[in-house]
Structure formats: C-alpha cells, structure tokens
Design a protein around this ligand. Structure first.
Ligand SMILES: NC(=O)c1ccc[n+]([C@@H]2O[C@H](COP(=O)([O-])OP(=O)(O)OC[C@H]3O[C@@H](n4cnc5c(N)ncnc54)[C@H](OP(=O)(O)O)[C@@H]3O)[C@@H](O)[C@H]2O)c1
Length: 251
C-alpha cells in the first residue's frame, strides 16, 4: 500500500516531520490555516486555508485519497484537532497527533498558572508594569482591559491594525529563539512580567529560560484539553505508526 499523508501544520515539529517524510520519499500534503503571511517553505506540496469544518475535511480526505492524517498543530489549536478526530472517524482515515509535552515548572521558575487567556487578562489587573506578551496576534484584543501596562510584543507578522493598548513595542520575528538572546532582550526592555502559553517544545522555550535567569514571574496559560486520540512525541514514532498500518515505507 502506498500512502498519502495529510500533515496539519503550523509548528516547528510539523515542518520537521514533513522534511523527514520527504527524505523518505513519502507523498503528502502540508496544510496551513493561513494565519501567517509567509508560511515556511515545505519540502512537500502545501495547501493554505480552512477545510470548512468537519464536513469540509471529510470531503477533502475523500477527494484527495488521504490515507493517514498527522495532526502536528499547536497544542492551542484545539478546534482543528477536534475537527480532525471527528472527520477521520467519519471518513475511516487513521489519525495520529504529533505532540510536544507541556513545559513543567523547574527550580527557579516563578509561574502563575492561569487556565486560559481570560485568566491571563485577569492576572494582569494590577499596577502598570513592563510586560512581554507572547500570546500571538490573534489574542491581543482580549488584553485591552489592561491598558496601564507597557507591552513588548513579538509577532511573526506586523499587526494589521492599531493595537488595543496605547503603550506597546512590536518586534517582528519568528522562532526558534535563543535563551541568551531573549535574556538580553528582556533586560534591554526592562521586562518585569512575561505572559506565555504553555506551548511545550524547544522553539518557544527561550523566553521561559530567560525569565528564569532574570528571576521574572511568568503568567503561564495552561493548555486546553485535547480530544481523545493516539499521541506520539517524535517523528520516528509517526513512521512506526504508519508502518504498522501496513504501509511499506521502503526502508
Ligand atoms: N493557537 C496558537 O497559539 C498557535 C500558535 C502557533 C501556531 N499555531 C498554528 O496556527 C494555525 C491556526 O491555529 P488556531 O489556534 O487558530 O487553530 P484553531 O482555532 O484550532 O482552528 C480554527 C480553524 O482554523 C482552521 N485551521 C486550523 N489549523 C489549520 C491547518 N493546519 N490547516 C488548515 N486549516 C486549519 C480550521 O478551519 P476549518 O474549520 O474551516 O477547517 C479550524 O477549524 C494552526 O496551524 C496552528 O498549528 C497556532
């Protein structure tokens, strides 16, 4: 049996898996939501944009003859993950999630755990401070209730419109980042608090390590609950799972 993979992407891990799959000569399609203006070039064909909910994804799986779905989306992209589980069940296509374990608090970390973005906004209801707000472009509006802070934003693309708070500085950059460079960045900007999603993985961990080195508190947003599904944590485990399904990987 030959395979046609659908790789749900938007993470460093998805790009790494796509590269490894291409090196093995596997066929597949890498899918992006279209949130960033210039997605990284992929070694496999790519498509951009939503599928149109569960029904749209079921139709897509059937039309393109997808044999395996690898959900390598960000742990906070839970709508896509739920849709993928439901669509694969309906279309009879096997699915695995390539996930990264959540970060765990280590000695020296000063974390304030909050359950979601609203919890982070509530935790910032305090006197003015210099805040590194590392939550991505889509959630900035939600922080409007705390305009007293000076925000440092690091975004993949420049903001589209005016920011929802008066004092902010934007750095346009994309990971993976370096802990020592992030420590220097935070020191230069006089950062007092960091707000982060618990993304896990290595690409975004630099700011967490930097906050630890500087003794700064981190408002850490816990992950949403993922749907029930098979999960693996590395590329080889995905290949093993594909091979188990009776597909000849040619190695
Ligand atoms: N959320 C984050 O913090 C975060 C951080 C870094 C990267 N990302 C990446 O950004 C993308 C969007 O994240 P999100 O949190 O907005 O997702 P989401 O809320 O779970 O998904 C909303 C909708 O966007 C579409 N979508 C999401 N990921 C897609 C993909 N890989 N390919 C095609 N359509 C996709 C789907 O639309 P339809 O229902 O129309 O199919 C989905 O229902 C994902 O690829 C994710 O890996 C997210």
């Amino acid at each position: 049996m030959t395979c046609t993979l659908l790789i749900l992407a938007g993470t460093t891990e998805a790009t790494g898996f796509a590269r490894a799959a291409a090196e093995r000569g596997l066929s597949g399609i890498v899918s992006f939501a279209g949130r960033v203006e210039r997605p990284l070039r992929q070694p496999l064909p790519q498509r951009v944009g939503g599928f149109g909910g569960v029904a749209g994804l079921v139709a897509y799986l059937r039309e393109t003859g997808i044999t395996h779905v690898i959900d390598a989306t960000h742990p906070f992209a839970v709508q896509m993950s739920r849709n993928a589980v439901a669509a694969c069940a309906e279309a009879g296509v096997p699915l695995v999630a390539l996930t990264r374990p959540a970060w765990v608090q280590a000695p020296g970390d000063d974390w304030i755990h909050v359950p979601d973005i609203a919890g982070a906004v509530a935790a910032l209801d305090r006197p003015a401070a210099r805040v590194m707000l590392a939550v991505g472009r889509m959630h900035l509006e939600e922080f409007a209730p705390n305009p007293q802070h000076h925000y440092l934003l690091r975004l993949v693309d420049p903001p589209k419109g005016p920011l929802p708070f008066p004092r902010a500085e934007v750095i346009v950059d994309r990971g993976p980042f370096d802990a020592e460079a992030d420590r220097a960045l935070m020191a230069r900007h006089g950062i007092e608090i960091v707000v982060s999603k618990n993304a896990g993985g290595t690409g975004a961990h630099a700011k967490i390590a930097a906050a630890r080195a500087l003794g700064l508190p981190v408002i850490m947003i816990d992950r949403p609950e993922p749907p029930a599904r098979r999960e693996v944590h590395d590329t080889q485990a995905v290949f093993d799972w594909i091979a188990h399904s009776g597909t000849d990987l040619g190695v």
